[in-house]
Design a protein around this ligand. Structure first.
Ligand code: AKG
Length: 283
């Protein structure tokens, strides 16, 4: 499906606004899926400076890497020419959509590593509310293989949660993120994420069994997590994060390492070479 073919369903926008999450079935062509699979396999062989991972014979593989679009032509083409930019703008009710980052999250077969409960809002270099992410899974994904679970409606909370380090104990994790419990985050009013696993019945938790081509979209404020991968299959995914018109540049000492120098001052509108406008396409 190309950008111009997509029919925007206003009922789905309403559902996304209510739940903070929605799933687009069969949004991506087989060609996109195959190109992204090849791009992920390439990226796994050539980790960037932002690569973080755990990989051992007992517990398997869990890795993340980001900003592949700046070096890999297929990631780049996907960012600018897939349907995601237009959907991001329409669902955020923004005139423009800017790419914040692409984040690869791969769990190998029998990976014992869960992704902890968190929201995405405070990992990045931005401030504002028009923020969304697309989870593009490249393999059939079930709850057992690590489908992302979301707490429906949790994005409506007025509470802001501290970032959580996904890779604690990996021996190689982002030092800045690991300081997320530091006084600064408390000073700006960030709370620790509640212990959701202690009583899951208190929450309205949803996940989607996805096939390659399906895409899950979430608000950066919605609480989400995933289990390890208990299956023989790979669980390869890429999250693409987008910002809308109300987003300004705002680095924090505990943000993840920015993938370059945006040349912006705190408070500047986010659009720049590092956080490019994807929708509408620039001439
Ligand atoms: O893929 C996962 O396990 C989690 C994805 C996620 O947390 C995210 O995109 O923010």
């Amino acid at each position: 499906m190309t950008t111009t073919d997509i029919v925007i369903d206003t009922n789905q926008i309403a559902q996304y606004e209510r739940d903070g999450v929605t799933c687009f079935r069969n949004l991506l062509s087989t060609t996109w899926v195959e190109r992204l699979r090849a791009a992920v396999d390439r990226a796994l062989k050539t980790p960037s400076p932002y690569y973080v991972g755990k990989d051992d014979p007992v517990n398997g593989l869990f890795m993340t890497d980001y900003s592949m679009w700046r070096t890999d032509p297929d990631f780049r083409d996907f960012v600018f020419n897939s349907p995601l930019g237009r959907i991001a703008a329409e669902f955020m009710r923004s005139k423009h959509a800017y790419l914040l980052v692409d984040l690869m999250l791969v769990k190998g077969p029998h990976s014992a590593y869960p992704t902890p409960w968190h929201t995405d809002k405070f990992y990045g270099w931005y401030e504002g509310e028009q923020l969304c992410s697309f989870w593009v899974g490249l393999d059939e994904t079930t709850k057992e293989s690590g489908a992302v679970e979301f707490i429906k409606g949790s994005h409506h909370t007025k509470e802001d949660y501290m970032p959580v380090n996904f890779m604690k104990g990996s021996g190689k994790f982002d030092e800045a993120l690991d300081k997320s419990g530091i006084p600064e985050s408390a000073l700006i009013g960030l709370l620790p994420v509640p212990d959701i696993e202690a009583d899951r019945s208190k929450y309205d938790i949803v996940h989607y069994h996805t096939m390659p081509g399906d895409v899950v979209m979430n608000s950066l404020r919605v609480l989400h997590a995933s289990s390890g991968n208990a299956t023989d299959r790979w669980r390869r995914a890429i999250a693409f994060r987008f910002a809308g018109d109300d987003i300004t540049y705002q680095p924090k000492s505990f943000s993840a390492t920015p993938p370059g120098d945006p040349g912006l001052k705190p408070g500047d509108p986010i659009g720049c070479d590092l956080f490019p406008q994807v929708w509408p396409p620039r001439a």
